[in-house]
Design a protein around this ligand. Structure first.
Ligand code: KIV
Length: 277
Protein backbone atom coordinates (compact mmCIF):
# COMPACT_ATOMS: atom_id res chain seq x y z
CA UNK A 1 0.00 0.00 0.00
CA UNK A 2 1.30 3.48 -0.79
CA UNK A 3 2.30 5.44 2.29
CA UNK A 4 -0.09 8.30 1.47
CA UNK A 5 -3.17 6.01 1.22
CA UNK A 6 -2.57 4.46 4.64
CA UNK A 7 -4.82 5.26 7.63
CA UNK A 8 -2.67 3.62 10.33
CA UNK A 9 1.05 3.07 10.80
CA UNK A 10 2.45 -0.14 9.33
CA UNK A 11 3.63 -2.88 11.69
CA UNK A 12 7.02 -4.62 11.38
CA UNK A 13 5.28 -7.53 9.61
CA UNK A 14 3.87 -5.12 7.00
CA UNK A 15 7.41 -3.91 6.32
CA UNK A 16 8.65 -7.52 6.10
CA UNK A 17 5.87 -8.28 3.60
CA UNK A 18 7.23 -5.56 1.29
CA UNK A 19 10.19 -7.83 0.35
CA UNK A 20 10.58 -7.59 -3.42
CA UNK A 21 7.62 -5.17 -3.66
CA UNK A 22 7.25 -1.40 -3.86
CA UNK A 23 10.39 0.27 -2.46
CA UNK A 24 10.23 1.09 1.26
CA UNK A 25 10.73 4.80 1.99
CA UNK A 26 12.41 5.90 5.21
CA UNK A 27 14.30 8.81 6.75
CA UNK A 28 15.64 9.64 10.18
CA UNK A 29 13.91 12.18 12.42
CA UNK A 30 14.69 13.47 15.90
CA UNK A 31 12.02 16.11 16.57
CA UNK A 32 8.22 16.47 16.41
CA UNK A 33 8.07 19.04 13.56
CA UNK A 34 10.40 16.99 11.34
CA UNK A 35 8.39 13.83 12.07
CA UNK A 36 5.18 15.68 11.12
CA UNK A 37 6.73 16.59 7.75
CA UNK A 38 7.37 12.94 6.90
CA UNK A 39 4.34 11.30 8.54
CA UNK A 40 2.50 9.20 5.99
CA UNK A 41 5.19 9.84 3.36
CA UNK A 42 7.78 7.54 4.91
CA UNK A 43 6.82 3.93 5.64
CA UNK A 44 8.97 4.10 8.75
CA UNK A 45 10.87 6.88 10.49
CA UNK A 46 14.09 6.01 12.29
CA UNK A 47 15.11 7.86 15.43
CA UNK A 48 18.75 7.16 14.63
CA UNK A 49 21.63 7.49 17.04
CA UNK A 50 23.00 9.84 14.36
CA UNK A 51 21.09 12.35 16.54
CA UNK A 52 24.29 12.58 18.60
CA UNK A 53 26.27 13.98 15.69
CA UNK A 54 23.49 15.84 13.91
CA UNK A 55 21.77 17.61 16.81
CA UNK A 56 24.14 17.34 19.78
CA UNK A 57 27.48 18.07 18.06
CA UNK A 58 29.12 14.82 19.21
CA UNK A 59 32.10 13.59 17.17
CA UNK A 60 30.57 10.11 16.69
CA UNK A 61 27.53 8.08 17.80
CA UNK A 62 29.45 6.50 20.68
CA UNK A 63 28.42 9.13 23.24
CA UNK A 64 24.68 8.72 22.65
CA UNK A 65 22.75 7.56 25.72
CA UNK A 66 19.48 5.73 26.42
CA UNK A 67 18.07 8.97 27.83
CA UNK A 68 18.80 10.81 24.55
CA UNK A 69 17.18 8.07 22.46
CA UNK A 70 14.10 8.00 24.69
CA UNK A 71 13.72 11.79 24.72
CA UNK A 72 14.00 12.06 20.93
CA UNK A 73 11.84 8.93 20.46
CA UNK A 74 9.04 10.53 22.47
CA UNK A 75 9.34 13.76 20.47
CA UNK A 76 9.16 11.91 17.13
CA UNK A 77 6.24 9.76 18.29
CA UNK A 78 4.18 12.94 18.88
CA UNK A 79 4.58 13.79 15.18
CA UNK A 80 3.64 10.42 13.67
CA UNK A 81 0.23 8.94 12.96
CA UNK A 82 0.65 6.81 9.84
CA UNK A 83 4.37 5.99 9.71
CA UNK A 84 6.00 3.38 11.93
CA UNK A 85 8.70 4.57 14.34
CA UNK A 86 11.91 2.58 14.84
CA UNK A 87 14.34 3.68 17.56
CA UNK A 88 18.07 2.92 17.58
CA UNK A 89 19.60 1.14 20.56
CA UNK A 90 22.63 3.23 21.56
CA UNK A 91 26.20 1.93 21.95
CA UNK A 92 26.61 -0.04 25.17
CA UNK A 93 22.89 -0.69 25.69
CA UNK A 94 22.67 -4.16 24.11
CA UNK A 95 26.06 -5.77 23.34
CA UNK A 96 26.79 -7.22 26.78
CA UNK A 97 24.08 -9.90 26.85
CA UNK A 98 20.65 -10.70 25.42
CA UNK A 99 19.21 -9.90 28.87
CA UNK A 100 20.77 -6.42 28.89
CA UNK A 101 19.44 -5.89 25.35
CA UNK A 102 15.93 -6.94 26.38
CA UNK A 103 15.89 -4.65 29.41
CA UNK A 104 16.87 -1.63 27.34
CA UNK A 105 14.75 -2.51 24.27
CA UNK A 106 11.69 -2.95 26.52
CA UNK A 107 12.39 0.45 28.07
CA UNK A 108 12.69 2.10 24.64
CA UNK A 109 9.45 0.51 23.42
CA UNK A 110 7.41 1.21 26.54
CA UNK A 111 8.68 4.77 27.08
CA UNK A 112 8.56 5.94 23.43
CA UNK A 113 5.86 3.84 21.76
CA UNK A 114 8.33 2.62 19.11
CA UNK A 115 7.12 -0.18 16.85
CA UNK A 116 10.61 -1.70 16.73
CA UNK A 117 14.23 -1.16 17.70
CA UNK A 118 17.32 -1.19 15.50
CA UNK A 119 20.69 -2.54 16.57
CA UNK A 120 24.06 -2.88 14.84
CA UNK A 121 25.77 -6.20 14.17
CA UNK A 122 25.43 -9.43 12.18
CA UNK A 123 26.55 -12.91 13.25
CA UNK A 124 27.75 -11.55 16.62
CA UNK A 125 24.28 -10.16 17.43
CA UNK A 126 22.17 -13.03 16.04
CA UNK A 127 21.61 -14.66 19.44
CA UNK A 128 20.51 -11.32 20.90
CA UNK A 129 18.15 -10.62 17.99
CA UNK A 130 16.51 -14.06 18.41
CA UNK A 131 16.19 -13.47 22.18
CA UNK A 132 14.46 -10.11 21.64
CA UNK A 133 12.14 -11.30 18.87
CA UNK A 134 10.99 -14.30 20.94
CA UNK A 135 10.09 -11.87 23.72
CA UNK A 136 8.01 -9.48 21.63
CA UNK A 137 10.60 -6.95 20.45
CA UNK A 138 10.66 -6.51 16.65
CA UNK A 139 14.24 -5.92 15.52
CA UNK A 140 15.66 -4.15 12.49
CA UNK A 141 19.28 -5.19 12.01
CA UNK A 142 22.08 -2.94 10.68
CA UNK A 143 25.17 -4.42 8.99
CA UNK A 144 28.02 -3.24 6.74
CA UNK A 145 29.38 0.03 8.08
CA UNK A 146 28.16 0.03 11.67
CA UNK A 147 29.12 3.47 13.02
CA UNK A 148 29.14 2.31 16.66
CA UNK A 149 32.16 0.11 15.71
CA UNK A 150 34.27 2.71 13.89
CA UNK A 151 37.13 2.12 16.32
CA UNK A 152 37.39 -1.56 15.36
CA UNK A 153 36.44 -1.06 11.69
CA UNK A 154 39.21 1.52 11.24
CA UNK A 155 36.89 4.44 10.40
CA UNK A 156 33.95 5.06 8.09
CA UNK A 157 35.14 2.72 5.32
CA UNK A 158 33.15 0.80 2.71
CA UNK A 159 32.57 -2.71 4.11
CA UNK A 160 32.41 -6.06 2.30
CA UNK A 161 34.94 -5.44 -0.48
CA UNK A 162 36.85 -8.45 -1.91
CA UNK A 163 37.28 -11.31 0.55
CA UNK A 164 35.09 -9.57 3.13
CA UNK A 165 31.99 -10.09 0.96
CA UNK A 166 31.27 -13.60 2.26
CA UNK A 167 31.45 -12.47 5.90
CA UNK A 168 28.91 -9.73 5.16
CA UNK A 169 26.67 -12.23 3.36
CA UNK A 170 26.90 -14.43 6.48
CA UNK A 171 25.91 -11.43 8.64
CA UNK A 172 22.83 -10.85 6.47
CA UNK A 173 21.83 -14.54 6.64
CA UNK A 174 22.37 -14.65 10.40
CA UNK A 175 20.15 -11.64 11.20
CA UNK A 176 17.41 -12.88 8.85
CA UNK A 177 17.46 -16.34 10.45
CA UNK A 178 17.45 -14.81 13.91
CA UNK A 179 14.12 -13.13 13.10
CA UNK A 180 14.99 -9.53 12.18
CA UNK A 181 12.14 -8.11 10.07
CA UNK A 182 14.46 -5.97 7.91
CA UNK A 183 18.16 -5.17 7.64
CA UNK A 184 19.92 -1.86 6.95
CA UNK A 185 22.92 -2.21 4.62
CA UNK A 186 25.25 0.74 5.09
CA UNK A 187 28.15 1.60 2.79
CA UNK A 188 28.58 -1.73 0.97
CA UNK A 189 29.47 -2.26 -2.70
CA UNK A 190 26.36 -2.14 -4.91
CA UNK A 191 26.95 -5.64 -6.36
CA UNK A 192 27.15 -7.14 -2.87
CA UNK A 193 24.03 -5.24 -1.76
CA UNK A 194 22.23 -6.71 -4.80
CA UNK A 195 23.42 -10.23 -3.91
CA UNK A 196 22.24 -9.85 -0.31
CA UNK A 197 18.91 -8.40 -1.48
CA UNK A 198 18.39 -11.39 -3.80
CA UNK A 199 19.36 -14.01 -1.23
CA UNK A 200 17.90 -12.92 2.12
CA UNK A 201 14.15 -13.29 2.72
CA UNK A 202 13.76 -9.95 4.56
CA UNK A 203 13.79 -6.43 3.10
CA UNK A 204 17.15 -4.71 2.75
CA UNK A 205 17.18 -0.97 3.46
CA UNK A 206 20.10 0.68 1.69
CA UNK A 207 22.19 3.68 2.69
CA UNK A 208 25.22 3.88 0.42
CA UNK A 209 24.27 0.45 -0.96
CA UNK A 210 22.18 -0.01 -4.15
CA UNK A 211 19.02 1.27 -5.83
CA UNK A 212 17.94 -2.39 -6.00
CA UNK A 213 17.61 -2.67 -2.21
CA UNK A 214 14.05 -3.20 -1.00
CA UNK A 215 14.08 0.31 0.48
CA UNK A 216 16.26 3.34 1.16
CA UNK A 217 17.09 5.50 4.17
CA UNK A 218 18.99 8.77 4.57
CA UNK A 219 19.73 11.02 7.53
CA UNK A 220 17.19 13.81 7.09
CA UNK A 221 19.56 16.64 8.01
CA UNK A 222 21.99 15.37 5.33
CA UNK A 223 19.41 15.26 2.55
CA UNK A 224 17.97 18.67 3.49
CA UNK A 225 21.43 20.27 3.56
CA UNK A 226 21.09 21.15 7.24
CA UNK A 227 24.07 19.08 8.42
CA UNK A 228 27.08 20.23 6.45
CA UNK A 229 30.06 19.31 8.65
CA UNK A 230 30.86 16.65 6.02
CA UNK A 231 29.02 14.93 3.16
CA UNK A 232 29.31 11.22 2.42
CA UNK A 233 29.28 10.18 -1.26
CA UNK A 234 25.95 8.39 -0.76
CA UNK A 235 24.15 11.53 0.40
CA UNK A 236 22.04 13.33 -2.17
CA UNK A 237 21.07 16.85 -1.15
CA UNK A 238 17.41 17.43 -2.04
CA UNK A 239 17.47 20.93 -0.50
CA UNK A 240 19.97 23.45 0.88
CA UNK A 241 18.18 24.58 4.03
CA UNK A 242 21.42 25.28 5.88
CA UNK A 243 22.36 27.93 3.27
CA UNK A 244 18.85 29.40 3.42
CA UNK A 245 18.98 29.56 7.22
CA UNK A 246 22.40 31.27 7.18
CA UNK A 247 21.14 33.87 4.71
CA UNK A 248 18.03 34.46 6.83
CA UNK A 249 20.08 34.97 10.01
CA UNK A 250 22.39 37.45 8.20
CA UNK A 251 19.40 39.39 6.77
CA UNK A 252 17.81 39.59 10.25
CA UNK A 253 21.06 40.85 11.81
CA UNK A 254 21.40 43.53 9.10
CA UNK A 255 17.80 44.74 9.61
CA UNK A 256 18.13 44.86 13.40
CA UNK A 257 21.36 46.86 13.11
CA UNK A 258 19.71 49.27 10.61
CA UNK A 259 16.55 49.57 12.81
CA UNK A 260 14.56 48.27 9.81
CA UNK A 261 13.10 45.46 11.90
CA UNK A 262 10.55 45.44 13.48
CA UNK A 263 8.53 47.35 10.84
CA UNK A 264 5.21 49.12 11.50
CA UNK A 265 3.34 45.88 10.71
CA UNK A 266 5.14 44.06 13.56
CA UNK A 267 4.42 46.52 16.39
CA UNK A 268 1.29 47.35 18.42
CA UNK A 269 -0.45 50.75 18.57
CA UNK A 270 -2.41 52.33 21.44
CA UNK A 271 -5.77 50.68 22.16
CA UNK A 272 -8.74 52.94 21.17
CA UNK A 273 -10.15 54.71 24.29
CA UNK A 274 -13.42 53.19 25.58
CA UNK A 275 -16.57 55.14 24.61
CA UNK A 276 -18.45 56.83 27.51
CA UNK A 277 -22.28 56.39 27.60
O1 KIV B 1 21.62 6.47 13.13
C1 KIV B 1 21.25 6.53 11.96
O2 KIV B 1 20.86 7.58 11.44
C2 KIV B 1 21.26 5.29 11.18
C3 KIV B 1 20.96 5.40 9.71
C4 KIV B 1 22.09 6.03 9.03
C5 KIV B 1 20.61 4.10 9.12
O3 KIV B 1 21.53 4.26 11.70
Amino acid sequence: MSATARKTAPMPDDIRARKGGAPIVSLTAYTTPMAQLMDGVCDFVLVGDSVGMVLHGLPSTLGVTMEMMIMHGRAVARGLKTSMMVVDMPFGSYEESPQQAFRNAARIMSETGAGAVKLEGGVAMAETIAFLVKRGVPVMAHIGLTPQSINTLGGYKVQGRGDAADALMADADAVAQAGAFAVVLEKVPAALADRITEEVPIPTIGIGASANCDGQILVVDDMLGLFTAFKAKFVKRYAHLGDDAKAAVAAYAEEVQARAFPGPEHVFGEAAPEKKE
